[in-house]
Design a protein around this ligand. Structure first.
Ligand code: G6P
Length: 367
């Protein structure tokens, strides 16, 4: 079946706008709305006995995995090791009995990730796979198959697959917490409630499209751009930088806000825009103090936060994007939208081939 762009200019744009629908669709197979409970696929092994999780992926899927590490450790109190597949394979990782190896992939065919999966299988790990293509090789080789229902993703730069991966991973983290007795029924209902709110929050985030298009010129002229975030929003800073690199060809780096003083702060001047991802919450003050360090050096900041955060720290920024107030748990899902839109509009301004960026492939099936 031919997939159409409809009234959208690019597939990537269409896929960004599909997110409320496909995330809702994905969540439907992991949550039960009637009793607000988690509903993960049945497995014939005991998840409560897993003693360690090893996450392996590439590209955008790897960043989804990084967010999952924060979630799994925080909720389920399970140690999580994570690596990009190309490194993992060759570093002779320690894989002890009782480990769950978790692979994340849109295509289910990425050569490095698949090789890592087979390596883990041979080493006796239980294999879980979060994958968007249900007929893919990785899907077939999984012990625990966790499909995302993003539908076919055509744009080379991944967008909707990423947020769907996050939705599944949040449900998995909470499920592991329940299995391990770290989350009671009331907390489970709360998490489910927050997840059920995600599609509406994604819709609200998409309403900033025009506003973000109007600020793209701040970035389009830049040679280098920095993205900062903390905690589960740090991987999102990495993802934001990756999106910008992929489709606009502007050099961008994502950094953990607190690590900026150990290097990248030397780059800051009025020509380096800095995108700060800072939902209000426990880490907000810390991130904002890093943002002040940027501003004190003449850095131009675009702050992505909520009403509370912008009221407190928005002054002096060249632009702000106001997200709805969301629980810190779901912030990485919702904040994905403005970083995707920003990269998209910058690429449009630069006139690049958004859906087929140079040198990149949708699925890398060679090593
Ligand atoms: C390629 C794509 C990326 C994707 C990565 C991993 O580099 O261009 O968008 O994130 O592969 O792909 P996978 O299908 O394993 O998620």
């Amino acid at each position: 079946v031919a997939i159409e762009k409809g009234h959208f200019r690019h597939f990537m744009q269409k896929e960004i706008f599909e997110q409320p629908t496909v995330v809702a669709q994905t969540l439907r197979s992991y949550l039960r709305q009637v009793d607000q409970s988690l509903a993960l696929p049945q497995v014939d092994f005991d998840l409560s006995r897993i003693n360690r999780i090893t996450i392996v992926a590439c590209g955008t899927s790897f960043y989804a995995g990084m967010v999952a590490k924060y979630w799994i450790e925080a909720f389920a109190r399970l140690p999580v090791d994570i690596d990009v597949a190309s490194e993992f394979r060759y570093r002779n990782p320690v894989l002890e009995p009782g480990g769950l190896a978790l692979f994340i992939s849109q295509s289910g065919e990425t050569a490095d990730t698949l090789a890592a999966l087979r390596h883990c299988k041979a080493a006796g790990q239980t294999i879980a796979v979060v994958v968007n293509v249900p007929t893919s090789t990785m899907a077939r080789e999984a012990d625990l198959l966790l499909p995302t229902h993003a539908g076919p993703e055509v744009g080379v730069a991944s967008t909707k697959a990423f947020t769907c991966q996050l939705a599944v991973l949040a449900a998995l983290a909470a499920h592991l917490a329940v299995k391990r007795g770290r989350m009671d029924r009331e907390e489970e209902m709360e998490v489910v409630q927050h997840l059920l709110e995600v599609p509406a929050s994604l819709n609200a985030a998409l309403e900033h499209d025009e506003e973000i298009a109007a600020m793209a010129h701040h970035i389009a002229q830049a040679r280098d751009v920095l993205y900062l975030g903390r905690g589960p929003d740090y991987p999102l800073a990495l993802e934001g930088a990756l999106k910008l690199k992929e489709i606009s060809y502007i050099h961008a780096e994502g950094y953990a806000s607190g690590e900026m003083k150990h290097g990248p702060i030397a780059l800051i001047d009025e020509d380096v825009p800095v995108i700060v991802l800072a939902p209000s919450g426990p880490l907000f003050e810390k991130t904002v103090s890093n943002m002040h360090e940027v501003r004190a050096r003449g850095g131009k900041v675009i702050l992505i936060s909520d009403a509370e955060g912008i009221a407190e720290a928005g002054e002096g920024c060249i632009a702000t994007i106001e997200m709805s107030q969301v629980h810190p748990l779901i912030a990485p899902l919702v904040y994905a939208v403005p970083v995707q839109l920003l990269a998209y509009h910058v690429a449009c301004l630069k006139g690049t081939d958004v859906d087929q960026p140079r040198n990149l492939a949708k699925s890398v099936t060679v090593e």
